[in-house]
Design a protein around this ligand. Structure first.
Ligand SMILES: *[C@@H]1O[C@H](CO)[C@@H](O)[C@H](O)[C@H]1NC(C)=O
Ligand SMILES: *[C@@H]1O[C@H](CO)[C@@H](O)[C@H](O)[C@H]1NC(C)=O
Ligand SMILES: *[C@@H]1O[C@H](CO)[C@@H](O)[C@H](O)[C@H]1NC(C)=O
Ligand SMILES: *[C@@H]1O[C@H](CO)[C@@H](O)[C@H](O)[C@H]1NC(C)=O
Ligand SMILES: *[C@@H]1O[C@H](CO)[C@@H](O)[C@H](O)[C@H]1NC(C)=O
Ligand SMILES: *[C@@H]1O[C@H](CO)[C@@H](O)[C@H](O)[C@H]1NC(C)=O
Ligand SMILES: *[C@@H]1O[C@H](CO)[C@@H](O)[C@H](O)[C@H]1NC(C)=O
Ligand SMILES: *[C@@H]1O[C@H](CO)[C@@H](O)[C@H](O)[C@H]1NC(C)=O
Ligand SMILES: *[C@@H]1O[C@H](CO)[C@@H](O)[C@H](O)[C@H]1NC(C)=O
Ligand SMILES: CC(=O)N[C@H]1CO[C@H](CO)[C@@H](O)[C@@H]1O
Ligand SMILES: [Cu+2]
Length: 604
């Protein structure tokens, strides 16, 4: 039995943590009673360095898809989008950033908190960029209008305007937010999300989010011109959490500095890795150290050990680094190595940080990388076993269709990616939610072609999507509003009746990997399954920046009539979703006409 003292401590620690679970059936219109300083996040009672699986009255085995702590706490953030001159690797260039920093401020909350983010677009009208902020991997249960995707859930927010997002942290772990218009995310508009909760293994200290990026002296908008005609450009550098050197260590004109930290022998550290690159698949490692992997995307998994970790664009992995190699050396390289099988690069061996052992001289490491096979693959599915399995997979899904991936060119001879022969082309000024609110057909506005739009009218059914390619280019596939299970993943032609191609057969239902971003292999297939428990217009797309802009995307319209109800009934700080949507679109239309802004890509 829990003592009253413990209860009081718990309440004080997380500001009125409810001791009963709440079902998440209604839309999150409940306004919170408390507002806390967003810079400090307290840890729930019961969760300590030696009891990380516990979390007040919950734990790592709690089914977070149905049970979420009712903390009553709201974390409020103010983001200001600016044009800046940045020099993350010592070379100055034009960039865009939130509050002047790349990565932007980290959003921090406890599991069950409500998060409010006010985003002001202070970009100069000279760049003519509207904006939006997408909270990657956040489920947005019954809050689809807060998903932050232009042409789907909102119009771009023009310079001079502010948009407010509000969502509930129903999951916990590590993620990131980023702009979801054009290539703006890779001009610098991204930052971390840390949602404190239980963990599947113990660790002493939390080092926070660690971004792995590619970077170049040219901006992504400049590079996109050649990407559309000549294919993916070669980027000249990469960054570890927003910093790196440019040039080799023995060169006098090396610029920048490396990310580094000092560790204590015997102490273990949690790192929340995010691949935020525009077009680079990384292998991550810390020389001579073994990593314990405890989460993939926002899904806690049974801990497993590895020395070389594959991380695709849009994916996150939470890893524990135990400092147990002081006897080997004073300092070690931490590496993010671009895989040349799918990513061009000029500094593959120089995207590095440094781990110094406390008490030793801070010398340049002389350690060697683990050997690896250059490839753009996911971690082995048999290693990615979720801690919690909400429901078993149905053998009779509502929908099960193939989406072949092909590459073609448009009338201007620019590369366009296609799913089922359709390259997404949607209008910034006419998002799906506005069409649904006005009860219009869901045909894509420019082509009147509905094949890039799949309607899923029925709740609580399984949907299988088979994505296949005969081209030698792999793609990280990301779905909004859901974690999906991986039903099949491999190279060659998918054979649905072959046991070898069926993870349900080889792993069993309880061990299917579940996450929000997974690799479609080159000349291969990816079969994902998700459950229709979240009404909304949800995008599924390749997370390679060039490919999204070149149309590699489709949308699911899940429970059309429920979406209409959400638009009318849900609200943000007293303004209902429909009003917020139309006000923002009106502001965009005025701006777009005044400055004659042209939309030149897919619209997402
Ligand atoms: C960002 O900048 C705004 C002012 O431009 C400030 O009010 C806000 O507190 C800053 N937010 C963060 C998270 O640093
Ligand atoms: C943002 O501005 C840059 C520079 O003017 C431009 O190249 C790019 O197309 C714009 N992006 C969007 C999404 O408007
Ligand atoms: C990475 O940068 C973010 C934003 O500045 C910061 O919150 C975080 O602690 C940094 N992570 C590491 C591992 O240094
Ligand atoms: C280590 O990081 C600090 C900033 O935290 C920086 O000043 C220093 O130059 C870095 N060291 C190296 C070798 O780059
Ligand atoms: C290094 O060790 C000293 C002495 O044990 C300790 O005071 C200090 O906090 C440690 N520094 C780090 C960065 O762990
Ligand atoms: C450190 O790692 C390198 C490369 O994997 C290996 O060759 C070497 O034996 C390791 N050193 C020790 C002392 O474990
Ligand atoms: C593929 O496109 C065809 C033709 O537009 C359409 O009839 C079919 O429903 C589409 N299939 C999927 C799975 O989107
Ligand atoms: C799409 O259909 C609407 C209504 O049927 C029509 O008004 C519009 O002109 C069509 N657009 C195109 C590009 O064909
Ligand atoms: C698919 O797998 C089944 C079962 O193993 C096998 O009988 C069939 O020949 C395979 N089809 C192809 C095209 O390989
Ligand atoms: C274009 C380029 O420099 N590619 C290099 C990327 O990294 C691999 C591995 O180090 C090199 O073999 C490529 O030449
Ligand atoms: Cu792609």
């Amino acid at each position: 039995m829990k003592s009253l003292l413990f209860m009081l401590w718990c309440i004080a620690a997380i500001a009125a943590a409810a001791t009963t679970s709440s079902s998440l059936s209604s839309s999150s219109t409940t306004s919170s009673s408390a507002s806390e300083s967003s810079s400090t996040s307290s840890i729930c009672a019961g969760n300590s360095a030696t009891t990380r699986t516990e979390w007040c009255d919950y734990d790592i085995y709690t089914d977070y898809t149905t049970t979420v702590p009712d903390t009553g706490v709201t974390r409020e953030y103010y983001f200001n989008l600016e044009q800046i001159t940045a020099s993350p690797d010592g070379r100055s260039r034009f960039a865009m950033a939130i509050n002047g920093s790349i990565p932007g401020p980290t959003i921090e909350a406890n599991w069950g908190d409500t998060v409010i983010v006010h985003v002001t677009n202070s970009l100069p009208t000279s760049v003519q960029n509207g904006t939006s902020v997408h909270f990657h991997g956040i489920r947005q249960l019954n809050t689809n209008p807060m998903d932050g995707v232009v042409s789907i859930t909102q119009c771009p927010t023009p310079p001079g305007s502010t948009i407010t997002y509000k969502w509930r942290a129903t999951q916990y772990g590590s993620s990131w937010y980023h702009s979801h218009i054009g290539l703006q995310a890779w001009e610098g508009l991204f930052g971390g999300i840390v949602i404190h909760g239980p963990a599947s293994a113990n660790y002493d200290e939390d080092l926070g989010v660690m971004f792995l990026n590619d970077w170049d002296i040219s901006t992504v908008d400049e590079l996109y011109t050649s990407a559309q005609t000549d294919g993916p450009p070669t980027l000249d550098n990469g960054l570890i959490n927003g910093t790196n050197v440019y040039g080799s260590d023995d060169s006098d004109d090396q610029t920048g500095y490396r990310w580094n930290t000092t560790v204590d022998e015997g102490t273990s550290y949690r790192l929340r890795l995010v691949n935020a690159a525009v077009d680079t698949h990384f292998k991550f490692m810390v020389d001579n150290h073994t990593l314990t992997v405890i989460a993939n995307d926002l899904v806690p998994i049974q801990p497993y050990e590895t020395t070389v970790l594959d991380i695709a664009m849009g994916q996150r992995y939470d890893v524990i680094l135990t400092a147990d190699q002081a006897s080997v050396a004073d300092s070690f390289w931490l590496r993010a190595i671009p895989q040349s099988a799918c990513s061009e690069n000029d500094s593959s061996n120089n995207i590095k940080g440094i781990i110094y052992y406390n008490g030793s001289s801070e010398s340049t490491p002389s350690t060697a990388a683990y050997s690896y096979t250059d490839s753009c693959v996911d971690e082995d599915p048999s290693d990615l076993t979720p801690m919690v399995n909400p429901r078993s997979v149905s053998s009779s899904p509502l929908y099960s269709e193939s989406e072949p991936v092909t590459l073609g060119t448009n009338s201007a001879s620019l590369y366009r990616w296609k799913l089922n022969s359709t390259s997404m082309q949607v209008d910034w000024a006419d998002p799906s939610l506005l069409s649904i609110y006005n009860d219009e057909s869901m045909a894509s506005t420019s082509t009147n072609d509905t094949s890039g739009v799949v309607e899923l009218p029925t709740a609580d059914e399984w949907v299988y999507v088979i994505i296949e390619t005969e081209l030698s280019v792999p793609h990280p596939i990301h779905l909004h509003g859901h974690d999906f299970v991986i039903l099949a993943q491999g190279t060659g032609t998918y054979n649905s009746s072959s046991d070898d191609d069926n993870l349900l057969t080889t792993l069993g239902a309880a061990s299917l990997p579940r996450r929000d971003t997974a690799m479609l292999r080159e000349n291969g297939f990816l079969v994902i399954g998700f459950y229709t428990d979240n009404p909304g217009a949800w995008l599924m797309h390749c997370h390679i920046g060039w490919h999204t802009s070149e149309g590699f995307a489709m949308q699911f319209i899940e429970q059309y009539s429920e979406i209409q109800s959400i638009l009318e009934d849900g609200d943000v700080e007293g303004e209902d979703y429909a009003q917020g949507l139309t006000d923002n679109c009106d502001a965009w239309t005025v701006y777009q006409e005044e400055y004659m802004v042209e939309e030149e890509d897919s619209g997402v």
